[in-house]
Design a protein around this ligand. Sequence first.
Ligand code: UGA
Length: 474
Amino acid sequence: MICDSFIFNEYENENQITNNELNKFSFKKYLNRPLNVCYIGAGYVGGTSRIGAGQAAELSFIEKAVRKIASLSRNSKIIVEKSTVPCRTAEHIRAILNANQIKNKNNNNEKKLLQENINNIDIHYLSISRSSSNSTLNEEFSNSENQILVDNNTTESSIHFEILSNPEFLAEGTAVNDILNPDRILIGGLQTKEGIEAQELLSKLYSYWVPEEKIIKMGLWSAELSKLTANALLAQRISSINSLSALCEEVGSDIQEISHACGLDSRIGPKFLNASVGFGGSCFKKDVLNLVYLSNYYKLPEVAEYWNQVITINEYRKSRFVKNIFNKLFNTISDKTITIFGFSFKKNTKDTRESPAITVVLSLLREGAFIKIYDPKVSEKQVKYEIMENCDIQNYNEYISRTEVCSSCYEAADCSNAIVICTEWDEFTLIDYKRIYNNMIKPAFIFDGRLILNHKELKEIGFFVEAIGKKLNF
Ligand code: UGA
């Protein structure tokens, strides 16, 4: 069974998922014999303390999952790293498993666990993640039939753990489709007899719904690094286009025209060239910083610096956007009301982790603005959580007193000086901007941080329009 908070994010809440829908993700229907595969989908976060703070991955959830497998397993298993992990994590997993596997079969505690065992087949998906309001699965085995991972019929000498790297490439908002129609499946393993057999076995499983040519077997470390690289390349594309969006604002070129022109080159392709107020989400920043840490660890400062620039530009893009709001509102936003359209890190998800809207809102609050936020999916509780997590605690109450979360675009824009588009929700392209304009304080401004609006029409209504990556001369 594959279960992930990314999938849950596509639904209003977990209870909306019916058994039929969950069955879409069930491996069991493909199996005609017992298998012992254990997926680790434990979250990892960018380190916040100790050595490598802010860059090195904090792998305690993964380690916790591995120790649990080691302590409960009584037969051989294929351990599949599904989480995005730093290169060579598999080595650590192997070391922990080998050092901690059950040695004493007469241990009372283990006997008790054995009695609880139901049967000895399965694919287990172990998800341990940080407990935040985003985290829907907290320390659990998401296999609904066997809640506990205990095997009952083996001898200690026969235990062998084979570790495979099988990184996940699904994106939020399209998770279901990405699982069912992946671009590729990577299966990394050691090139030993057991490693190759394990790769074969896992690839057989995927071949039930993924075409063979999309299932790529490779070395273990290559698979691990491929995932980090894919995210880093995607983030780099956005930062590249975002860096040029600043240049466009100065020279009068249009970043959308440039993205379109370059994207037509089949070697470049059109995807991930949309200029924005900055990329967000739980993965890009963390993975790029992890690459930076790895490069520094292996004494490659030039490589580290190269990738670090992807993050620097992302921060720059956000702060430049906010500075422009400040400048255009006559260099003072104290006591002005600013409406934020969109708080999630991208459309079609309620996830707010690393959302550029957080930086925008906090910067405006710091300057004394009143903020009204509307997002179709993000709750007031979540907005408050992000403000609390990202501001100095002594400012929290004051910031919250100047923040209102509204239930519609119209309510949010009422009596406001400016609208700031932070997320590209389709809804924001469909609303009645004439009605919005009539109820705003004049001059009424719109700052389009996602390039989704019809700027010409808005100007005709009477708005002062600013958009990233272009000078609007009409
Ligand atoms: C990303 C990757 O796309 C997935 O392949 C990967 O599996 C996932 O991270 C992960 O590691 O778990 P996700 O973070 O869900 O997926 O979202 P993306 O669609 O990649 O968007 C990330 C950010 O980039 C969003 O804030 C989005 O608005 C922004 N973006 C995206 C742009 O600013 N411009 C673009 O052209 C595309």
